[in-house]
Design a binder for this molecule. Structure first.
Ligand code: IMP
Ligand code: MG
Length: 179
């Protein structure tokens, strides 16, 4: 285990199992619909990659870079679209693929933004949901895991842009907890 991790919260095997279930939900929910998966970079990368290979229905893909945390442990509350999608999503069913929903400031903003581009529907699938961190009223349509209010890293989640490569989700060792 990486020394910067306090404990492994979710193993790679547990993640893989939940991703397969999420893919089944997507197959069932969007069957016969013009679906586009929009991944929120960079945190979505491992989740998106495994999820897409488990989905069997047709879909297209696109990505956005939206920053809110600015690489720190605290949210600024105001998201910023750094890189926009390039696809025309008019009359398409959009499924946003996110690593973690915390305050939901980011998702609320992105959801409304994609709706304003004429999407038929905008839904959200997230690997992790931190319900206790919620600041605005918005819930994912599908979540793989409910997590406590701790700062997590790995499987896409970063601390100052690092640790995204850990093959599990772990609790980050903050200085305070190092006693
Ligand atoms: P929200 O707008 O507060 O929901 O923040 C969502 C984004 O903040 C996520 O997509 C992550 O990039 C980041 N984030 C939230 N919680 C954590 C965490 O525990 N570890 C790492 N990044 C996090
Ligand atoms: Mg993210």
């Amino acid at each position: 285990m990486d020394g910067r991790i306090q404990e492994i919260l979710i193993t790679e095997q547990q993640i893989n199992e939940k991703i397969k279930q999420a893919a089944k939900w997507i197959d069932k929910t969007f069957e016969g619909k013009d679906l586009i998966l929009v991944g929120l970079l960079k945190g979505c990368i491992p989740f998106f990659g495994r999820l897409m290979t488990s989905i069997t229905i047709d879909f297209t893909t696109d990505f956005m870079v939206v920053s809110s945390y600015k690489g720190t442990e605290k949210s600024t509350g105001i998201p910023e679209i750094v890189t926009d999608i390039v696809s025309n999503i008019k009359n398409k069913h959009v499924l946003i693929v996110e690593d973690i929903v915390d305050s939901a400031y980011t998702l609320k903003y992105v959801k409304e933004y994609l709706q304003s581009k004429g999407a038929s529907s905008v839904s959200i699938v997230t690997m992790l949901n931190k319900q206790s961190g919620r600041k605005v009223n918005l819930d994912p349509d599908y979540k793989c895991f409910e997590v406590e209010d701790k700062f997590l890293v790995g499987f896409g989640l970063d601390y100052q842009e690092k640790l995204r490569n850990l093959p599990y989700v772990g609790v980050f060792k903050t200085k305070k907890e190092g006693k």
